[in-house]
Design a binder for this molecule. Structure first.
Ligand SMILES: CC(=O)SCCNC(=O)CCNC(=O)[C@H](O)C(C)(C)COP(=O)(O)OP(=O)(O)OC[C@H]1O[C@@H](n2cnc3c(N)ncnc32)[C@H](O)[C@@H]1OP(=O)(O)O
Length: 197
């Protein structure tokens, strides 16, 4: 197996590998180009993201600046919106559903390093997938760690650090991110606390 194949399969690998270094540099250059495009030039912005990501749908908006490691591991569903400063370390697949919204400064980290310094200093690293269901809203400054799934319709509060799976249809907040409560039919009536729609 090549280091790239190991990385994508969730096996330990060496990121210093030539092929991976080359892919990261290509993605960094694409992100650099993306972040320099006139924000009004939607056509060029869209085309660049389409070329960078594994899969996109019809409607999406990735605000600038945006950063990723490879791009080829990122899939977004239709009607995706991410606010300023999204960072995706997509060493493993990152799969995002439909109608998903990210606040500013969201960071998705699929990558990690061994805990013990001796093992870590060998250069070995790992990457595990992140999956986000349909209709999820992630608040600003949230960090999502490797090997996490977030269920559909869920809201993650701003500033959360998501270290474990979060179920569907809940509000979850905090560091570490924990379920605050379920989202119910009653919530339909309000747009913020007790402010009615
Ligand atoms: C796509 C975009 O660009 S979005 C723009 C960026 N906007 C954001 O990121 C805003 C994200 N919004 C939030 O984080 C909100 O606080 C929400 C959606 C989680 C609020 O959910 P609500 O159900 O209304 O929670 P509510 O405000 O009633 O708070 C309930 C409890 O959770 C706590 N809480 C609410 N949000 C958070 C949070 N992000 N982190 C930690 N605790 C929180 C409250 O302090 C409160 O605690 P208490 O019971 O001890 O008093």
């Amino acid at each position: 197996m090549t280091e790239k194949e190991k990385m994508i399969a969730g096996k330990p690998y060496f990121a210093s590998d030539r092929e991976l270094q080359k892919s990261r540099l290509e993605a960094q250059r694409s992100c650099h180009r993306y972040n320099q495009i006139d924000p009004k030039n939607y056509k060029e912005r869209k085309a660049l993201i389409r070329g960078l990501f594994a899969m996109t749908d019809t409607l999406f908006c990735v605000e600038q600046p945006f950063y990723c490691d490879y791009g080829f591991n990122i899939t977004i569903g239709n009607n995706f919106f991410s606010n300023y400063h999204l960072t995706i370390l997509d060493c493993a697949p990152v799969t995002i559903g439909e109608n998903v919204m990210f606040g500013p400064n969201v960071a998705i980290y699929t990558a990690g390093h061994p805990i013990h310094a001796e093992t870590r200093n060998t250069g070995l690293e790992y990457a595990l997938p992140v999956t986000i269901g349909n209709n999820v809203w992630i608040g600003g400054n949230t960090v999502i760690n490797p090997n996490v799934s977030i269920g559909e319709n869920t809201v993650i509060g701003s500033g959360s650090v998501v270290t474990k799976d979060i179920p569907s249809n809940v509000i979850a907040v905090g560091n570490p991110c924990k379920v605050l409560r379920e989202i119910t039919e009653e919530d339909k009536k309000y747009y913020f606390k007790n402010f009615t729609v």
